[in-house]
Design a protein around this ligand. Structure first.
Ligand code: GAL
Length: 661
């Protein structure tokens, strides 16, 4: 199914926390802010099922009907992130156990065990009752399952299921021993029941399998609800869950297979937006389903859980909303409308104050809502199309985090450094799983593809053979799918096609200089010596003579393979060299910016459909900017037509092209 239209703008609303007489006033104020969607009920289990098996949806019926009167559609949350006290009291085995063996108590949230069979039963029951009751309500447009799936449990049922999972994966304990290399430290197991359950400090194969087990368990946890919801809802209602950008608790590509759209929660606790970091996160989430997504939660100015909960400067909450849309969001919802008068989040940013009247940021969001309304029609059915992809691998991220080798090596930072160089040159960028279909991408970057399974190797080699350009970054191809060292040197199964390999890797405590045809610069965190083996492998960068073990050795090589090429960059490049490397890869692959020559602070995002294209420009800087579009078009927020736009500091332009480029 496609994402619902029009562009949605709204908030998380908790009618169960307020007397019904208040709801009308809230909805009026939402409508006045041009809101057309609310997410409700995701923590309302104790109100919907006040005692076991007794359901009360009357209040929610009223809230949904009243919302409809104000032209506000509803996304319903299943309330399983917050089981009620009667449940955890009667069924204490449903409570989560942390890695140190401590069982959770009531009074917070996410206190359930993700493997507990009893919890599954009780979750399915409330989800089914909700689906039967609301599945054909015309004002309910979608479902959010649970809320920010996060904490695994280490209780006896989790341990038992992990053992079964391992048995299923390996068949025999001998096979597990072989692939985990358990002769090391006498880790050899005689049967699956002996295997410990840990998420740190263990054999890297166990750690990776625990993450995969957690992924499959969350998939199953979702399926438990989807299986009862899906048959009872209208086909137009979507099913999603809200995730947390880089969160590493499970493989999001796998989790999203059974969901209709991706949705995420976009927060800047310190109040300082880094537009590149935010852009990466949006593209990451768009890649979960390779289509438009929702921002299910974002801050109305500030949060309550950072070190210093600074507010975003004036205009930046609006800027963030438009950046989300630019990157493919079809909805932006604020968390939350108004704080409950008590509870853990009293200090969080809201649109209304404790007295029920607007706080200062309401006006900024009201303006944003009006703009969404203005641009909604032009953006309907549009999405992003990119000729450049960056591969993001959960296996690799996990494997590096288990054995960092340098505390300074941060997977997300490495990824973002590459993206930072790439974005002004490529503009639209897709972030994908290494197992995604890469057909049609002119160039594919894989910044730290540490784990390369046989299937991934096959996918990448086929891509290059057909004419693709693959650019690998440091630490690539060191591990196989069992998180074991590849018996070849890096990049393992790609070494032959690369016509070279990594002779040695080095964690750096001070920068090493690099020179070569692309320019000079340095690497500060990681450096690998490349060793070309094919006579036609080209050396692109070389370490300087002052670089100790690396002196005079290749830092990057490139080799033609099939109709395409593979480049391996073995060093964490500084910004200048990264830009040079990326520029060279893009020019070889004939990738050009959608609109060249933009000022450095101006980001362009291109959403298009068969009918037309809309360019969203955002000035992330604090000086005004002028942009020549070189195309006829109309800026939808001002209504001005022409070939140029003016962007004040933190300004936004939504520029509908007169013709498809
Ligand atoms: C999210 C959560 C919300 C709310 C919000 C506060 O992580 O889903 O329920 O707690 O944070 O920023």
């Amino acid at each position: 199914m496609t994402s619902p239209q029009p562009l949605r703008f709204g908030t998380a609303w908790y009618p169960e926390q307020w007397p019904e007489e208040r709801w009308e006033a809230d909805l009026q104020l939402m409508e006045a802010a041009h809101m057309n969607v609310v997410r409700v009920a995701e923590f309302a289990w104790s109100t919907m099922e006040p005692s076991e098996g007794h359901f009360d949806f009357t209040w929610l019926d009223h809230a949904i009907t009243l919302a409809a009167k104000h032209h506000i559609a509803v996304v319903l949350g299943t309330p399983t992130a917050a089981p009620p006290a009667w449940l955890t009291t009667k069924y204490p085995e449903t409570l989560r156990v942390d890695e140190d063996g401590k069982r959770a108590e009531h009074g917070n949230r996410q206190h359930f065990s993700f493997t507990s069979p009893r919890y599954r039963e009780l979750s399915a029951r409330i989800a089914l009752e909700m689906a039967k009751h609301f599945g054909h309500n015309p004002n309910v447009i979608g479902w959010q399952l649970d809320n920010e799936l996060a904490a695994p449990s280490f209780d006896p049922s989790a341990k038992q299921q992990f053992h079964l999972w391992l048995q299923h994966r390996y068949g025999t304990i001998a096979e597990l021993n072989r692939r985990w290399a358990t002769a090391y430290w006498s880790q050899t197991y005689d049967n699956f029941d002996e295997i410990p359950v840990h998420a740190k400090g263990e054999n890297p194969a166990l750690l990776l399998d625990w993450k995969r087990f957690a992924t499959d368990t969350w998939v199953d946890y979702m399926a438990n609800q989807i299986n009862v919801i899906r048959p009872n809802i209208a086909p137009g209602q979507f099913i999603t869950t809200n995730t947390m950008h880089w969160f590493q608790g499970f493989d999001h590509y796998v989790l999203h297979r059974s969901l209709d759209i991706a949705a995420w929660d976009d927060y800047y606790p310190d109040g300082h937006l880094d537009p590149v970091v935010n852009a990466v996160q949006h593209d990451l989430v768009r890649g979960f389903k390779q289509k438009n997504f929702w921002v299910m939660e974002t801050q109305p100015g500030f949060v309550n859980w950072g070190a210093i909960n600074t507010i975003l400067p004036p205009g930046v909450t609006r800027e963030m909303a438009w950046q989300a849309v630019g990157h493919g969001a079809d909805a932006v919802l604020y968390w939350q409308w108004r704080s409950a008068l008590n509870g853990q989040e009293e200090y969080h940013g809201t649109l209304l104050g404790a007295d029920g009247t607007p706080v200062p940021i309401y006006a900024e969001l009201q303006k944003t809502g009006a703009e969404f309304e203005q641009a909604s029609k032009a953006l309907a059915g549009t999405s992003l199309h990119a000729s450049v992809a960056v591969l993001q691998s959960y296996d690799s991220h996990w494997a590096i985090d288990f054995q960092k080798h340098s505390q300074k090596f941060d997977y997300e930072e490495q990824f973002t450094d590459l993206y930072r160089a790439l974005q002004p040159l490529a503009q639209n960028i897709d972030i994908l799983s290494p197992d995604a279909d890469l057909t049609g991408y002119k160039v594919v970057f894989a910044p730290s593809l540490n784990v390369i399974s046989d299937a991934t190797a096959k996918n990448l080699l086929a891509y290059v053979q057909r004419g693709g350009h693959l650019v690998l970054g440091p630490r690539s191809g060191m591990k196989n799918g069992d998180n074991a060292l590849q018996p070849e040197r890096q990049p393992g199964p790609l070494a032959a096609a690369l016509g070279g390999h990594v002779a040695q890797y080095y964690a750096l405590d001070k920068p090493v200089e690099i020179t070569g045809p692309l320019g000079s610069g340095s690497a500060a965190i990681w450096a690998e010596e490349l060793s070309p083996t094919a006579p036609d492998a080209k050396v692109l960068m070389t370490y300087a003579d002052s670089a100790g073990w690396l002196a005079g050795k290749p830092a990057a090589i490139e080799h033609g393979f099939g109709k395409g090429s593979i480049t391996y960059i073995g060093a964490t490049l500084d910004a200048g060299l990264m830009k040079a490397a990326v520029t060279s890869s893009l020019s070889e692959a004939e990738v050009h910016p959608i609109l060249p020559g933009l000022p450095a602070d101006v980001e362009l995002m291109d959403r298009s459909s068969a009918q037309g294209a809309v360019w969203i420009f955002i000035n992330h800087g604090s000086a005004a900017q002028h942009v020549e579009t070189h195309r006829d078009g109309t800026e939808l927020l001002s209504g001005k037509s022409g070939q140029s736009i003016e962007l004040p500091p933190h300004g936004v332009a939504v520029y509908q092209l007169a013709r498809r480029p």
